[in-house]
Write a protein that binds this ligand. Structure first.
Ligand code: MF3
Ligand code: CO
Ligand code: CO
Length: 287
């Protein structure tokens, strides 16, 4: 039975591991079951920020290249190959490859997949939306970003969800300033999403990023009084809102990674890595 774009995705077949040339340095967790506990800071000096900016630029370029390649008829593993090749050609390691056993160089999350979809032999069809999430590791730093792309003709309701999810990220970034609590970000995102009746995913969050892929710092995308940490200049983290047409509740596939909406309704996401500046924020995952 051919697939449609209405919440009937099933797991495909995952191809063998791709190789990374030996001269490209690996993050410490590769080959281990989980990352070492991170004891460093979320605040970086100018040199650290420069290095995260370079990793972030490579990640952003890889996402743009993959996005420009997307066509109905391609598999998500084809997209993984394009992203993987770009990263290694730029002497960057694909941070997801071997992270807690994750087997691929990017995450490809279609329609009802909230996040962490694994590239496989699933074929893209017109009407799909697909999020491409790439993290590049270079010079000891990770830069993490994602965007949602449309495949062919997408239902207007779904196209609106995509553009509004990107706008919610923009509003979250605008709320960033030194001296403010980190929870202002989620307040900005949720108040915008609520206008349209969208669900806001709560259990997957933004995070500190830089010398660690996930530092332990949590950046919620919903309105909460928890997480009152104060932002300071030089602090680096992601904002990566996931908005849904229906419920924000989720299930996870047997693969232990693929997170889907419980009602199998469509969901979109956008992500940037940014640094808190004296005046606001600078996005580090730009071309
Ligand atoms: N890049 C994702 C994030 O935004 C994390 C992916 S971890 C993986 O945090 F193992 F699923 F790839
Ligand atoms: Co992230
Ligand atoms: Co990401």
């Amino acid at each position: 039975m051919p697939r449609d774009s209405l919440g009937h995705l099933t797991p495909g077949i995952v191809a063998p591991l791709r190789r990374v040339p030996a001269h490209i340095p690996r993050p410490e967790y590769v080959g281990n079951r989980e990352p070492a506990a991170f004891t460093g800071s979320d605040v970086y000096d100018a040199n650290g920020i420069d290095r995260i900016r370079e990793s972030g630029r490579i990640a952003a370029e890889a996402i743009a290249l993959v996005g420009a390649s997307i066509r109905a008829g391609m598999t998500t593993d084809d997209l993984d190959g394009i992203g993987h090749s770009y990263l290694i050609a730029n002497d960057a390691y694909p941070s997801t490859l071997g992270y807690r056993g994750y087997p691929k160089s990017l995450c490809s999350s279609i329609n009802e997949v909230i996040c962490h979809g694994i590239p496989d032999d699933t074929v893209l069809i017109s009407g799909d939306i697909i999020n491409i999430d790439i993290t590049a590791y270079k010079n000891g730093m990770h830069g993490d970003s994602n965007r949602t792309f449309m495949v062919g003709e997408v239902r207007p309701e779904v196209a609106e969800l995509v553009t509004r999810t990107e706008e919610s990220l923009r509003r979250g970034i605008k709320a960033v300033a030194p001296g403010r609590e980190i929870n202002v970000i989620g307040r900005a995102i949720e108040s915008y999403a609520k206008r349209f009746g969208y669900g806001v995913v709560r259990d997957f969050t933004g995070h500190g990023v830089g010398s660690a892929f996930h530092s332990g710092l949590i950046v919620p995308h919903y309105d909460t009084d928890r997480f009152p940490n104060v932002m300071t200049a030089g602090m680096v983290f992601t904002i990566e809102p996931m908005l849904t047409l229906g419920t924000h509740e989720w299930d996870i596939w047997e693969d232990g990674w693929t997170v889907v909406t419980r009602d199998r309704g469509t969901t979109a996401q956008f992500e940037h890595t940014l640094v808190v500046t004296e005046r606001g924020a600078e996005v580090l995952t730009v071309i």
